[in-house]
Design a protein around this ligand. Structure first.
Ligand code: 6GU
Length: 227
């Protein structure tokens, strides 16, 4: 079973999303165990302070190094981790290839920052992978941690049912966008399902899906300035 430890100053923001739908089911099936840790539990001074003003001035507060060091050093003494992931806007862009790589591992730790971030010594000392999920700014690393966990856990064998199968998903076999899907009703508010999908003609349906996939993939590359 894969083990994922997440350390956060706002652990509540992680709990509901991880206990929902497919990720919840993956934990119930004992395919992954996900532990959300409250940084404040590792603040050993009497005020349990986890943040402080940045040296050199500037607005906002930083997460102090000591609670992270206490927490991370404890975890590292208990087991060996394949990756210690540090979500950060300055990191390497996250992609499917990286998700595939992480999904093959057994022990992953994710260190989520909040406020203006974390004292940089935490990253220097412990991070093996610094990862950005895109060119925009978030309030913290928690949502990035959820993105990473979701994309990794769904790749663990047994997590998805056959009907949810990852095999032919968009981007799985290298940047392919799938044809659009429709269900009943065949017509709704004058919006029609493509005729071919109602035809029962297997070969025509297959050809249509391939054609749509190619069109959407080309359009996707164009709007995203790829190739
Ligand atoms: Cl990983 N963290 C934050 N705070 N902002 C981001 C990000 C991560 N990736 C893109 N923007």
């Amino acid at each position: 079973m894969m083990r994922i430890d997440v350390i956060s100053a706002v652990p509540d923001s992680l709990v509901s999303p991880l206990n929902t739908s497919i990720i919840k089911r993956a934990q119930e099936r004992e395919l992954v165990e996900i532990f959300v840790h409250n940084l404040r539990d590792y603040a050993y001074d009497k005020h349990k302070q986890i943040d402080d003003k940045p040296f050199g001035g500037g607005p906002g507060m930083l997460l102090k190094p000591e609670p992270f060091f206490e927490c991370i050093e404890k975890f590292l003494s208990e087991r060996k981790y394949d990756h210690v992931i540090f979500p950060s806007p300055g990191g390497k862009f996250y992609d499917q290839k990286t998700a595939n790589k992480f999904s093959l591992k057994k022990k992953i730790m994710i260190i989520a920052g909040h406020y203006k971030g974390i004292d940089d010594r935490v990253r220097q000392k412990f991070a093996t992978d610094e990862i950005s999920i895109g060119r925009y700014v978030l309030t913290g690393g928690e949502i990035a941690a959820l993105v990473i966990i979701d994309s990794v856990v769904r790749l663990i064998p047994g997590v998805l049912n056959d009907s949810e199968s990852a095999l032919n998903d968009s981007l799985m076999d290298g940047d392919i966008i799938e044809a659009p899907y429709y269900t009943r009703p065949a017509e709704y508010k004058n919006l029609k399902v493509p005729e071919v999908l109602l035809s029962g003609h297997e070969k025509k349906i297959k050809d249509w899906k391939e054609e749509q996939s190619k069109l959407l993939t080309d359009k996707w590359k164009k709007i995203n300035n790829l190739e």
